[in-house]
Design a protein around this ligand. Structure first.
Ligand SMILES: Cc1cc2nc3c(=O)[nH]c(=O)nc-3n(C[C@H](O)[C@H](O)[C@H](O)COP(=O)(O)OP(=O)(O)OC[C@H]3O[C@@H](n4cnc5c(N)ncnc54)[C@H](O)[C@@H]3O)c2cc1C
Length: 290
């Protein structure tokens, strides 16, 4: 049981991890070991206090060194679902592993991709975010992979070993490097529907394709899909000045909480979210001692 589980390795999640470690909390942080791609993509950052005119790459290296100085490892597992278990949370990773923590901090950034029409409605009923977790449900069946990131290609290959057929919608720029036996459909999904126990992908090109199930694989998942019952305002998580959400023990920080999208705002909110999570844990432990 971790004290704090942090989802995201951008400035918000990293600052939350560092502050939590300073407060002697047992932390797990999920994301890419090379940190958020958005850090490196900053060309020349002029408004990060104390480090003027820093390049994104340099800032990334500094963040990495700072995290390493606390001996904090990054767990490379994409979190596909968070379950509130009453007084703790259980997080499911795309590896199929489960992780338990007293509190969670959502620092998952914002995604350019909006959920497809019907995606949320059929999640768990013909739509999945996790190949490892749900592939057995589709053994010897026909599935589609709507793949928004090259990092997720291996999940399509894995499904291809288990399922009867895999149809692949490539929704990223790079070339696909996947098994030749995977069917490639060069169209853009627009809507997901269900009919007669089948899941249907309608495309912008005006075609409909029918499957037993669909795997939607993105780097990040809309927060309301990740944490059932989470209050959101559009694509952002609603939270107060202490970065507390409507769910006890669940905090949010960084771009996921709304504009402005800035490194220093994300890091500042990460600091507040961590302090709030620590205060929450300490108060729960005082109540138990009474
Ligand atoms: C090209 C570009 C240039 C920019 N330039 C500037 C600038 O000059 N100055 C400035 O202040 N800001 C700039 N920004 C904005 C800045 O990058 C963001 O505000 C900042 O990165 C937000 O930090 P964050 O920690 O909230 O989220 P992010 O940096 O987006 O990090 C979130 C991380 O969480 C991971 N994640 C998401 N969901 C999951 C999950 N389910 N499981 C595991 N991991 C998950 C994501 O993969 C990502 O790595 C720029 C952005 C871009 C794209």
């Amino acid at each position: 049981m971790f004290d704090i589980a942090i989802i995201g390795t951008g400035p918000a999640g990293l600052e939350a991890a560092i502050t939590s470690r300073i407060r002697n909390k047992n932390v797990i942080i999920f994301g890419n070991r090379n940190l958020s791609e958005k850090i490196e993509r900053g060309h020349l950052i002029k408004n990060y206090l104390g480090i003027p005119d820093v390049s994104g790459k340099d800032l990334r290296d500094r963040f990495m060194n700072h995290l390493n100085s606390f001996g904090q490892q990054i767990t490379e597992d994409r979190i596909t679902a968070v379950y509130s278990m009453g007084d703790y949370f259980s997080l499911q990773g795309s590896s199929g592993a489960f992780y338990d923590a007293q509190t969670i901090i959502l620092a998952s950034g914002v995604s350019a991709e909006k959920p497809l029409k019907g995606e949320q409605e059929f999640l768990g009923n013909g739509v999945s975010y996790c190949a490892t977790c749900d592939a057995p449900l589709y053994r010897n069946k026909d599935v589609a992979v709507l793949c928004y990131s090259k990092h997720e290609e291996s999940e399509a290959d894995f499904l291809n070993e288990v399922c009867s057929s895999v149809s692949f919608f490539k929704l990223y720029k790079e070339e696909a490097e996947i098994s030749d036996s995977i069917v490639r459909i060069e169209e853009t999904p627009e809507e997901i529907k269900r009919a007669d126990y089948k899941t249907i992908v309608s495309t912008k090109e005006g075609n409909e394709y029918s499957f037993d199930g669909i795997f939607v694989l993105r780097n990040s998942i809309a927060p309301s899909n990740l944490v059932p019952g989470l209050k959101t305002d559009g694509s952002h998580v609603s939270c107060d000045r202490n970065m507390k959400t409507n769910i006890d023990g669940c905090f949010a920080c960084g771009d996921v909480t709304g504009l402005p999208y800035q490194y220093i705002k994300a890091a500042g909110e990460g600091n507040i979210a961590a302090l709030s999570a620590c205060a929450y844990i300490d108060s729960k432990s005082r109540q138990k001692d009474k």
